[in-house]
Design a protein. Structure first.
Length: 156
């Protein structure tokens, strides 16, 4: 990168508003959290917490407070994890759509109107699904007819 581009990036960085900074920080946090919390070690830690809680039950005589601790803890963790998971899934889905859009645009035989399928109504998606089902059935019929007319050496 040349000096002008670097200066432009720094200027752009300074112009960003508070919400962009918060959004980017949350994106980075959510991505890192999903990597860490989706690991086997995180699962082992969760199992250990549950085991310790279970083993302390007799000490606390399985009291309401003892039960409330695990219920409250799991509720809070679940509530927060929903937002982290949704953020990473939204970003992954958006990236996948963009990659598929690029593939569709690059293929000459592809129908470019399929690029923005996620914006179609449920009714339009159902109609399109029916079209693809018909195409698949037609292709299967064609394959069946070809295999019937094939020479014995051509059959796999």
């Amino acid at each position: 990168m040349n000096r002008t581009q670097t200066d432009e990036l720094k200027k752009h960085e300074e112009e960003r508003d508070f919400f962009c900074v918060v959004s980017d920080a949350f994106r980075v946090f959510a991505r890192r959290s999903s990597v860490i919390l989706g690991s086997a070690w995180a699962f082992v830690a969760a199992v250990l917490i549950i085991a310790i809680w279970g083993l302390t039950g007799p000490t606390f005589r399985f009291s309401d407070t003892w039960q409330l601790i695990i219920n409250t803890g799991t509720t809070i963790v679940t509530f927060l994890m929903v937002f982290l998971i949704q953020n990473t899934q939204n970003r992954d889905a958006k990236a996948m759509h963009l990659k598929l859009d690029e593939v569709i645009r690059a293929l000459k035989a592809a129908r470019n109107e399929l690029v923005d399928l996620e914006d179609l109504s449920d009714e339009e998606l159902t109609k399109l699904e029916a079209q693809f089902k018909e195409l698949r059935q037609k292709a299967e019929r064609d394959d069946t007819q070809e295999s019937r007319h094939a020479e014995p050496s051509e059959v796999r």
